[in-house]
Design a protein around this ligand. Structure first.
Ligand code: SAM
Length: 279
């Protein structure tokens, strides 16, 4: 018995089901259920909410989400070896855990879950950023989720919450902060995981704003920001040259100096620049 439920400790689960971590699947497992409970609590009150968990692995975070009272959890896991362990958890929480074997990039959570939905995950390194960008750039806003509570490599977490003026500030910061409140809520050393990764990790909590912080067309803003940061060392008049022949005037109208570099430009000014391309 493990303290938060009547299931065996995670080391035992891993030994019983032969779940040696695979690097190709970004597997670094959390084995301390006190820690997974702490992460689950960062997502706020889970009672009355459905939760999407990507990559449950042996189920440490899954168990914490259920013990913390999540109404339902949809756990999407690519590694078929984890299925028996996850089914044992489902049996302890009848009707509350649905396990889907598959690629989280290919699953529509709304065919399984009902709002309000929170996303909570210790994401695999290889698809973490891609999933985050998808969750931040749906065709319509607000998105299907109310909040995202996600574990990333520390360096990625810092890029999400970064402010203008430093190397960490880029496309992820603009996309995240345009339509969300984003903050780092926990830091974890490599030793918290088995096997320990090379770098530290951090949990980021993002809350969807009802509407974007500043008006702009999502597709135009994404295009401007992608171009601006793809050549982040160039002055913006050069990096954005391909967007319009009069780019210098457009930059000036948005309150940006044509000789500025992308990493010094605030979210508000990027939105003003994007608005200039509308209609
Ligand atoms: N949640 C567990 C924990 O905290 O101990 C495991 C986290 S581990 C960092 C990432 C998990 O994501 C692994 O179990 C891995 O098999 C799974 N995974 C990797 N790629 C995936 C994908 N495309 N879709 C769903 N799961 C994936």
């Amino acid at each position: 018995m493990s303290g938060i439920d009547n299931l065996p400790p995670l080391r035992e689960v891993i030994a019983t089901h032969g779940l040696a971590a695979r690097k190709s699947l970004g597997q670094n497992f959390l084995l301390d259920l006190n820690l997974t409970s702490k992460i689950a609590r960062q997502a706020g009150d889970l009672t009355g909410a459905d939760v999407l968990e990507v990559g449950p692995g042996p189920g440490g975070l899954t168990r914490a989400l259920l013990a913390e009272g999540a109404r339902r959890v949809l756990a999407v896991e690519k590694d078929s070896r984890c299925m028996p362990a996850l089914k044992e958890i489902a049996a302890v929480y009848p009707g509350r855990l649905e396990v889907v074997e598959g690629d989280a990039l290919k699953i529509d959570p709304l065919t399984h879950l009902a709002p309000p939905i929170r996303v909570v995950a210790n994401l695999p390194y290889n698809v973490g950023t891609e999933l985050l960008v998808r969750w931040l750039t749906p065709p319509a806003w607000p998105p299907f989720w109310d909040s995202l509570t996600l574990m990333f490599q520390r360096e990625v977490a810092e890029r999400i919450v970064a402010q203008p003026g430093g190397k960490a500030y880029g496309r992820l910061a603009v996309l995240a902060q345009w339509r969300c409140d984003a903050r780092i809520v926990m830091s974890l050393p490599p030793g918290a995981f088995s096997p320990p990764p090379k770098v530290s990790s951090a949990v980021v909590h993002l809350t969807a704003l009802p509407a974007p912080r500043f008006p702009a067309d999502a597709r135009i803003l994404q295009d401007v920001v992608a171009r601006a940061f793809n050549q982040r060392r160039k002055m913006l008049r050069a990096a954005l040259k391909g967007m319009a022949p009069d780019i210098e005037d457009r930059l000036i109208s948005a309150g940006i100096k044509p000789t500025d570099r992308a990493e010094t430009v605030s979210l508000e000014r990027f939105c003003a620049l994007a608005r200039g391309f509308e209609g």
